[in-house]
Write a protein that binds this ligand. Structure first.
Ligand code: AMP
Length: 499
């Protein structure tokens, strides 16, 4: 660090010491380890088991772009199949009703197909059915391979000759045809066009041991997010046992994560949920030290409770990158140019720094960053110390010095929690800082640390850098991970039966 910057830091330190009024410490209590029953604690043989999964995956042109969440749920689904349960899978996908409302307000087109779970059904049929040992039942007309084009959710295109013959013979109308298609079991998985109602009940009745029914997007019903009792009861009537494996949705008290548990005798955690809770609880309640947390992303406001919680938990070091660092810098009097900032959060940022100081937590902010000139963003990229930022510049990623400092801070860590990108990760080359931190976390994990990474962008960085098998635990929950780390109770977990 050069002399000028050292002087600057000294000035700010004096500023902090002289002007700050000590702030009262955060009162939030921490979530105790939750001793919840899991699917392995109860008998599910032959029972109708409703598994709330998180299949809220990115889908483009009918193709799944990232299957992490689906893969995450597979251990629970496979276990239930092996146990001979009749499995009902339910998930949300996006926010169909809210998006429809917005589109209508703005007079924009609304594409309802975007919110269907049919691509997930197609995906499951392809990757999952051939892998397991249970034979298709007598209702199956075709093997999954032979029918790969069959039920594609777009009418009768791709019908096998055998089925076409049957359709011709019966002279079905389109809705009868749709029903026939939906009732087929391909291998052992079928799809329902809705998540409640008589037709769905019938499909559940038809299920044999080891067979799976995927329901259509729960959020096509406003009652889901409203945690409507009647709707929750309708979902509950489909099953004997409720399993919540949707960690990513556990911070929401919705009908399928909370309400349903009031109407089912057994409500237990799935294996993914159990794994998520075990990793996060251990990190929060009994971390091996040194414990280093890395937070990034755009909004400080979203992460203040997490920062407070981690400081209270006496994380040893807290590294803050991404646009949220600018709120801290601006609050301390730096010029940050046109970089993203939350002015309203500046007092809070100062409070948090003071709190870290009082708790003996080392809060480390970037020292340099990659900037562009707001008038010539394409040609002006350079890396400069934070102090050299003038009012025309926009900071979009951490710089090389910061990467080194963060790397050093991580060395020797025994527990690492990371949420949020170090820069505008979606736009290359401003993903460099995030990818470098992903590599640093992987290296420290190889040296014996337990690493937990959550949040869409940080998880993408790990996947892009092919480091997914070098991280101890990649959390499927973004908001849920943050709420857990903030010490909040997750309604979807609280609703489950205790051991
Ligand atoms: P969050 O939802 O708060 O975790 O923020 C994630 C978003 O922060 C990503 O879309 C990033 O592109 C964005 N982001 C992170 N750092 C910066 C930055 N320096 N400038 C602009 N956007 C950023």
């Amino acid at each position: 660090m050069d002399k000028k910057r050292l002087e600057n830091r000294m000035v700010f330190l004096v500023f902090l010491l002289v002007f700050f009024i000590p702030v009262k410490s955060c009162k939030k209590s921490f979530q105790r380890f939750m001793n919840k029953k899991t699917i392995k604690d109860i008998d599910i043989k032959g029972k109708r088991v409703f598994i709330r999964v998180d299949f809220n995956v990115p889908i483009k042109n009918g193709k799944i772009e990232d299957d992490t969440r689906i893969q995450g749920a597979m251990s629970t689904i496979k276990y239930a199949i092996e146990e001979g349960a009749k499995i009902i899978l339910a998930s949300h996908l996006g926010r169909p009703l809210k998006d429809k409302e917005k589109a209508e307000e703005k007079g924009m087109p609304y594409d309802a197909n975007k919110y269907s779970l049919k691509p997930v059904y197609e995906y499951l049929r392809q990757i999952f059915v051939p892998e397991n040992s249970i034979k298709p039942n007598e209702k199956n007309l075709e093997t999954p391979e032979a029918t790969s084009e069959f039920d594609n959710g777009h009418g009768n295109s791709g019908l096998t000759p055998q089925l076409q013959k049957r359709v011709d013979m019966l002279q079905m109308n389109s809705s009868e045809l749709e029903d026939l298609i939906q009732n087929q079991m391909h291998g052992q998985i079928c799809f329902a066009n809705d998540c409640v109602g008589d037709k769905v009940k019938q499909k559940v009745e038809n299920l044999k041991k080891g067979e799976v029914l995927l329901l259509e997007n729960l959020r096509l019903h406003a009652e889901e997010e409203a945690n409507d009792k009647g709707f929750a009861k309708q979902l509950a009537e489909l099953c004997d046992v409720y399993v919540n494996d949707a960690f990513g949705a556990a911070h929401r008290a919705h009908a399928s994560t909370d309400g349903i548990t009031k109407f089912v005798n057994d409500s237990v955690a799935g294996l993914l949920m159990e794994k998520e809770l075990n990793f996060l609880s251990k990190a929060l309640n009994d971390p091996e030290r040194p414990f280093v947390a890395i937070l990034g992303g755009a909004k400080v406001s979203d992460k203040i409770p997490v920062i407070e919680s981690l400081i209270e938990r006496k994380v040893d070091k807290l590294l803050i990158g991404g646009a949220m660092a600018y709120t801290f810098f601006k609050a301390k009097g730096y010029t940050i140019g046109k970089s993203l900032v939350e002015d309203a959060m500046m007092p809070k940022a100062l409070e948090v720094e003071q709190m870290a100081h009082e708790h003996g937590v080392e809060l480390i902010l970037p020292t340099d960053h990659q900037v562009v000139d707001s008038y010539d963003p394409l040609n002006s990229r350079k890396t400069i110390p934070i102090e050299f930022t003038n009012k025309g510049l926009v900071g979009l990623d951490i710089g090389i010095e910061t990467i080194q400092i963060f790397r050093q801070a991580l060395e020797g860590a025994k527990t690492i929690v990371w949420n949020g990108p170090m820069g505008m990760f979606e736009e290359k080359p401003f993903d460099e800082g995030t990818i470098a931190i992903a590599n640093a976390v992987a290296d420290v994990t190889a040296a014996g640390a337990t690493s937990i990474v959550g949040g869409g962008d940080s998880v993408s960085a790990i996947n892009q850098a092919n480091l997914d098998d070098k991280i101890s635990h990649i959390s499927t929950g973004g908001g849920a991970t943050l709420e857990f780390l903030a010490g909040e109770e997750l309604p979807g977990v609280a609703a489950l039966d205790d051991k």
